[in-house]
Design a binder for this molecule. Structure first.
Ligand SMILES: NC(=O)c1ccc[n+]([C@@H]2O[C@H](COP(=O)([O-])OP(=O)(O)OC[C@H]3O[C@@H](n4cnc5c(N)ncnc54)[C@H](O)[C@@H]3O)[C@@H](O)[C@H]2O)c1
Length: 322
């Protein structure tokens, strides 16, 4: 039976906490009584995403002088700040490598120099596995073969974290997220489908074959998994897939969204050609999470329904796709 560090009154730093996943993480940590400091440059995040009970430091994670003090007093550091868009990283790989790799080094350097007892978690991605060309759910022991600048930048950040773990004894842990979704997600497939379905009268265009498969994890489930990984006192390995273990095709997702948005009769038309960096299958199995007694609570239709309600309330106004 595992036991977990209680985060109440702990100093917790969440980088990227004005963004989608990590703002939900900050919410939950505040809820559990932690003293939360968010570090975010706001390049892709929104000030209003940061919970009222957290402090926000607007800074670039690569700026060690700006983040030094806050990291020095942290008990836990969740590192989510990144260029998180695959197409954007393909369009500007140099920036993606710099933010995703140098940013990780900067945070770990602060821990190494001031605070080697802090636990550190890197938000990585199931995209590090690449694809086998057939539906296959990778486990943590499988080979990695990143197929885009984004995926390789995440794997490079992992290598850095593991090297700081081995060399300096820093308690670095890694989560590899499948496709996380939910309110506040300002881009990606559900955002795109929402806009297209809203405007569509009779057909919905789907990029690629439509048979691409993804494992969609609702954001609150991903947050609970992430907190469990960093607070667990006993760990089997230090890399954890965060996935439900069940695959959904892009066409099925489109059909589900069209129905939930009141347009079940929309014809789904596939383009054949997809965007640079897209892969057919992005699947992994939550093998190691089972040891932390984690399981997904929110199924796809329930989560998609919540996302659609959030989009209906918020509208498409200030959100940028990409
Ligand atoms: N959403 C997913 O499905 C998913 C899947 C796999 C991995 N991840 C990883 O999870 C993390 C969060 O992803 P997300 O979807 O919430 O993305 P997001 O873009 O919503 O959040 C990233 C945040 O990082 C901030 N940021 C970017 N560059 C920064 C810098 N140099 N300094 C400080 N802050 C900076 C942005 O302003 C933004 O608020 C990322 O590391 C991403 O690679 C996400």
């Amino acid at each position: 039976m595992n036991n977990f560090l209680n985060v109440q009154k702990k100093n917790v730093v969440v980088t990227g906490g004005a963004g989608f996943v990590a703002s939900h993480l900050a919410d939950e940590l505040v809820e559990r009584g932690a003293h939360v400091t968010v570090v975010d440059s706001l390049v892709d995040g929104y000030r209003e995403n940061v919970p009222a009970g957290a402090e926000l430091i607007v800074a670039d994670v690569r700026d060690t002088a700006a983040i030094d003090n806050v990291i020095a007093s942290a008990d836990l550091v969740f590192h989510h700040a990144a260029v998180a868009s695959v197409p954007r990283a393909s369009a500007d790989p140099a920036t993606a490598y710099d933010v995703n790799v140098s940013g990780t080094i900067a945070v770990l350097e602060c821990i190494r120099r001031h605070n080697a007892t802090a636990r550190f978690l890197l938000a990585s991605s199931a995209s590090v596995y690449g694809t086998t060309g057939e539906p296959y759910a990778f486990s943590e022991e499988d080979r990695t073969a990143p197929a885009s600048p984004y995926a390789s930048s995440k794997l490079m950040a992992e290598v850095v974290a593991l090297s700081y773990r081995r060399t300096y004894g820093i308690d670095a842990r890694i989560v590899r997220y499948a496709n996380i979704f939910g309110p506040r997600q300002p881009r990606y497939i559900m955002f795109d489908f929402y806009g297209k379905i809203l405007r569509a009268d009779d057909f919905l265009e789907i990029l690629g074959s439509g048979m691409q498969q993804r494992d969609f994890v609702y954001v609150s489930d991903a947050v609970n998994a992430t907190i469990s990984v960093l607070t667990a006192n006993l760990l089997d390995g230090c890399i954890f897939n965060v996935a439900t273990g069940s695959a959904t095709s892009v066409v099925d997702l489109a059909g589900c969204m069209a129905s939930l948005m009141g347009k079940p009769g929309l014809k789904l038309v596939t383009t054949g050609k997809s965007w640079v960096g897209d892969i057919d299958y992005l699947l992994c199995a939550p093998t190691k999470l089972a040891s932390l007694a984690w399981h997904a609570n929110i199924d796809l239709p329930t989560g998609v329904g919540r996302y659609i309600r959030w989009m209906n309330e918020r509208g498409l106004r200030t959100l940028a796709s990409g």
